[in-house]
Ligand binder design. Structure first.
Ligand SMILES: Nc1ncnc2c1ncn2[C@@H]1O[C@H](COP(=O)(O)OP(=O)(O)OP(=O)(O)O)[C@@H](O)[C@H]1O
Ligand SMILES: [Mg+2]
Length: 264
């Protein structure tokens, strides 16, 4: 099943979509959610889960150990990458401290910026990229990657190991421009992509459809503005796992079909 990277501008609804899609998929499959956003902490709350005891960055020895391995790779003039994960692995091989579980849903965190002046987020990007490249998924298993706002993860190559890029677009001109750019970057990396419109109504939905169509970005699904989602995110509660279930099931079927075709 697919490894799916969810991308979009700040506040477009990436984490909301990842959390609700995970809950929908978990009715019939195992799901690993990868929190690759080094800043925002909200994903586990939306899922109603606790964060794992350790982020992947800490598991690999912390920021300086990871940075040293990155520098070693650079010194070898990119002829050889110093690996973070020695060989391909499966979800069940992950150390228990790095995954929090709730039934069929597992949550992994790459790492968060915790201290002022601690340095840039490049080590987290490199860890996310290598982790996703080496992670192999079984038939009834999905991997959903929540990312930081914008397109930095494209530059860092985090998408190398994924099968599909889902662009979350909320009603704004900037979101449309960003989706166009992100689509171009995904295509350069030879990754299929499509947009999901989020938080739209009867007026903004068709407007966005047209704007994206003109820019060559296919729209696969549309989620309406939901007062329940807004309220849960306002007061800090988990999202109702049934929200948008029908729509998200259709999206999952489309994704599974596309990745199945590519694999077969
Ligand atoms: N379909 C929706 N209906 C109503 N409100 C929504 C919907 N989707 C998201 N929101 C609102 O938008 C806000 C941003 O959502 P979310 O945190 O999922 O975005 P994000 O893209 O992950 O943001 P960031 O870039 O900061 O990580 C939420 O607080 C929520 O209130
Ligand atoms: Mg988010």
């Amino acid at each position: 099943m697919p490894k799916l990277l969810v991308s979009g501008r700040g506040g477009s609804g990436k984490s909301t979509v990842v959390a609700l899609l995970a809950r929908t998929l978990a009715r019939s499959a195992r799901v690993l959610v990868v929190d690759a956003d080094e800043s925002n902490p909200g994903l586990e709350r939306m899922l109603g889960m606790v964060p794992p005891a350790k982020g992947l960055l800490d598991y690999l020895g912390g920021r300086s150990a990871v940075r040293e391995r990155l520098l070693a790779s650079l010194q070898r003039e990119r002829t050889e990458r110093v690996p973070f994960f020695a060989a391909p692995f499966r979800v069940e091989d992950l150390p228990a401290a790095c995954v929090s579980r709730d039934g069929p849903v597992g949550l992994v965190r790459v790492g968060k910026i915790e201290r002022a002046m601690e340095g840039c987020a490049c080590p987290m990007g490199a860890v996310a990229r290598e982790f996703l490249k080496q992670l192999t998924v079984a038939d009834r298993e999905w991997v959903l990657v929540d990312t930081e706002a914008g397109v930095e993860h494209f530059g860092r190559g985090v998408l190398e190991g994924v099968d599909f890029v889902l662009l979350v677009v909320d009603p704004s001109h900037e979101a449309v421009l960003l989706a166009e750019k992100a689509g171009r970057l995904a295509a350069e990396a030879k990754k299929p992509f499509a947009a999901l419109l989020n938080r739209v109504d009867a007026e903004t939905g068709p407007f966005l459809q047209r704007a994206l169509q003109e820019r060559g970005v296919p729209v696969w699904e549309t989620l309406q503005y939901s007062p329940e989602v807004m309220r849960a995110n306002l007061v800090g509660e988990a999202l109702d796992p049934g929200t948008f279930r029908g729509r998200l099931e259709v999206l999952a079927e489309d994704l599974a079909r596309l990745v199945g075709r590519a694999g077969g």
